[in-house]
Design a protein around this ligand. Structure first.
Ligand SMILES: [Fe+2]
Ligand SMILES: [Fe+2]
Length: 158
């Protein structure tokens, strides 16, 4: 790709101290950056792109939220309920917006991208980081000197 610009660049300030979550957050940033690079201002083009990626993007967000929620439950994070509420309301807003676009509302991809960026900057960089100190208290330090929590059985937690 030629003139690729990033709207948001990953940095350690986003890190929540769990590799699995950090990797998923990097994936979210990639999605937003890809979307940003498809904001051409041509609505037909933007709609075609939007239609091709949006269901997968929503699915990615849902999987990510459920991963975080499982880890928070698994580690008995006291802020779980409040955090889950924020996830649920974001998914609701996301789905409502998509329905409006599908029903004919003018799609301006750069606006939609900004909405996602704002959410990442507030939720990921602030709220997700709130469980960092909690994780630190139960994490172990491994050979690479970084903190790890055992997420191997996350998939099996109901
Ligand atoms: Fe997150
Ligand atoms: Fe979160």
């Amino acid at each position: 790709m030629t003139s690729k610009t990033d709207l948001i660049t990953w940095s350690s300030t986003f890190s929540v101290g769990v590799k699995l979550i950090d990797d998923q957050h990097k994936g979210l940033l990639d999605l937003v950056n890809d979307m940003f690079n498809h904001a051409t201002g041509n609505e037909a083009e933007e709609r075609e792109y939007f239609a091709s990626i949006i269901q997968q993007a929503v699915q990615y967000v849902k999987v990510h939220f459920s991963t975080e929620e499982k880890i928070m439950l698994h580690t008995k994070f006291p802020g779980y309920a409040e955090h889950k509420k924020t996830h649920d309301s974001f998914v609701l807003t996301l789905v409502e917006n998509i329905e409006k676009y599908n029903a004919g509302r003018r799609l301006i991809l750069s606006d939609f991208t900004k909405f996602l960026k704002e959410w990442i900057l507030t939720h990921v960089a602030i709220m997700d980081k709130m469980y960092f100190s909690h994780f630190k208290s139960i994490a172990t330090r491994q050979d690479d000197g970084k903190l790890h929590i055992d997420t191997s059985n996350v998939a099996n937690i109901g």
